[in-house]
Design a protein around this ligand. Structure first.
Ligand code: MLT
Length: 238
């Protein structure tokens, strides 16, 4: 059965129950999981997802060799080495990165108790579908990180892209929310960049002159990297 947590409120509901029988896939299309996939595809050794600025700054103090990346209100917080634009992570091969973002890194931490936690984006959608199909989970939870406390269109679209592919590979058991996101994706698949720009997050990124990030995050299945949470780190899934 494929289930979908469509918003942070629904993620909290899952967080309060045992998740050890679930494989979870986390989507924060604009931009945290797109940045993670881009970094892993370009040789970043690991991302450490952290929920709060305090936690991230404390980790940086205790290990200054690590890079500190992330955003609040879309831009790098004071003192950070990097923001949260996918292209910032293309030339950091061999580095480990502490990452804190408004929703994405919190969503990753929320489902850390799952049997396996994968990282998804439009960028790696075919590789992700192949990884999920290969591991044949009996319960699959698609986690849409959302925007602050709300549903976000772009994460639902990406979850739908995965459901669409898993259905082509023979998956038949879908929750109502999984049917919903599949229908959404099939409606918008030919114009992903346009729909991402229409989303609340897309409009916020346009306002701060980060159109390139939306363009980068809209590209469908151009990378084969799949991220997996191992302990506290997201690394390349072998
Ligand atoms: C988030 O975690 O909410 C996003 O990645 C936000 C962003 O990158 O602007």
């Amino acid at each position: 059965m494929i289930e979908v947590a469509l918003s942070p409120t629904e993620i909290k509901d899952y967080r309060s129950q045992p998740l050890d029988s679930f494989t979870s896939v986390v989507f924060d299309t604009l931009r945290a999981t797109s940045s993670i996939i881009t970094g892993l595809a370009h040789g970043v050794t690991a991302f450490v997802p952290l929920e709060t600025l305090e936690e991230a700054r404390a980790r940086k103090r205790s290990d200054p060799a690590l890079l500190l990346a992330g955003e609040r209100r879309g831009v790098a917080p004071p003192g950070f080495d990097l923001g949260n634009s996918p292209r910032e992570f293309k030339k950091l091969a061999g580095q480990k990165i502490l990452l804190t973002t408004t929703n994405g890194t919190a969503a990753l931490r929320s489902v850390a108790g799952s049997a396996e936690v994968l990282v998804g984006a439009l960028l790696n959608i075919d590789a992700l579908a192949a990884a999920v199909a290969e591991s044949r989970p009996t319960q699959l939870l698609l986690v849409c990180a959302g925007t602050h406390e709300d549903f976000s269109l772009e994460d639902a679209i990406t979850a739908g892209a995965l459901v669409h592919r898993l259905c082509s590979l023979g998956q038949q058991e879908l929750s109502d929310a999984a049917i919903l996101v599949r229908c959404l994706y099939e409606k918008v698949a030919d114009d992903l960049e346009v729909w991402l720009k229409r989303s609340r997050n897309g409009r916020a990124l346009l306002e701060i002159n980060k159109e390139n990030d939306i363009v980068d995050c809209s590209r469908l299945s151009v990378l084969s990297a799949v991220g997996v949470l191992r302990g506290e780190e997201v690394v390349l899934r072998a």
